[in-house]
Design a protein around this ligand. Structure first.
Ligand code: ATP
Ligand code: MG
Length: 217
């Protein structure tokens, strides 16, 4: 099998890897190692020509866009920030589900601040999502880009509000923050390199079909 016929699947460690395993299994694909235990970034599978690469969640669309990976699994949050150029996203996999929302410190009257037309300082990793959300509401914001631990921003007066993902809400609660607005539900999608979909159509379509049949509603 020549190198060009390899099928490469980009996944991130953690929940996306774990929740994609059953879908891979449905396609007859079983990685030979677990990235939590192995330091390998390229993980072979039981099928010679199929390999999994382990990349940062936000880097998955980039690998697939440039064809360094043929397939990938990425959150809607990540896909919105990336923009989706060069990507085909045929399936909502209904995994890694959470919600994009606005949160503020308990006691901060968000609705009133919005009503008064106050300029809000908003800290987030999701600048595009935040910009679009507040533009739609007609709220002026100063965006502060962060790379993690957004919850800390309002507690240290770096920001008035955050835009972040929430699932259980435990992290918000533990930091005395409350959700004041829901922006959108989030789940992960299968993404496919558009050129590869043509050149490796048979192999990729087979995987896409198996994933599709295995999605839990
Ligand atoms: P890191 O945690 O290493 O900084 P990350 O936050 O980008 O990276 P993960 O936490 O593994 O990576 O999240 C990967 C994807 O899973 C996100 O892009 C999002 O779609 C989804 N996700 C994030 N947080 C949650 C959550 N609390 N519950 C369910 N899904 C989530
Ligand atoms: Mg995370």
């Amino acid at each position: 099998m020549s190198e060009t016929e390899k099928i490469t699947i980009a996944l991130s460690k953690g929940r996306i890897f774990d929740e994609t395993l059953p879908l891979l299994a449905a396609a007859g694909i079983v990685p030979t190692e677990n990235p939590e235990q192995s330091r390998k970034l390229i993980i072979p599978t039981n099928i010679d020509k199929i390999q999994v690469i382990i990349v940062r969640a936000t880097d998955v669309p980039t690998y697939v866009q440039y064809g360094a990976a043929d397939l990938g699994v990425a959150g809607k949050d990540v896909l919105i920030e990336h923009g989706g150029n060069g990507l085909f996203a045929p399936l909502d996999l209904n995994i890694a589900k959470c919600k994009m929302m606005v949160a503020v410190p308990k006691g901060f009257d968000y609705q009133n601040a919005v009503y008064q037309g106050a300029r809000l300082k908003v800290a987030t990793k999701y600048v595009k999502t935040a910009r679009e959300h507040f533009a739609k509401k007609g709220v002026h914001i100063d965006l502060i880009k962060l790379y993690g631990s957004m919850e800390l921003a309002p507690l240290t007066n770096l920001a008035d509000a955050i835009v972040d993902l929430v699932s259980s809400g435990n992290t918000l609660k533990a930091n005395n923050l409350v959700e004041v607005e829901s922006i959108m539900p989030i789940s992960s999608r299968l993404i496919v390199n558009q050129a590869a979909l043509k050149t490796k159509y048979k192999d990729l379509q087979k995987i896409i079909d198996s994933f599709k049949a295995a999605i839990k509603k």
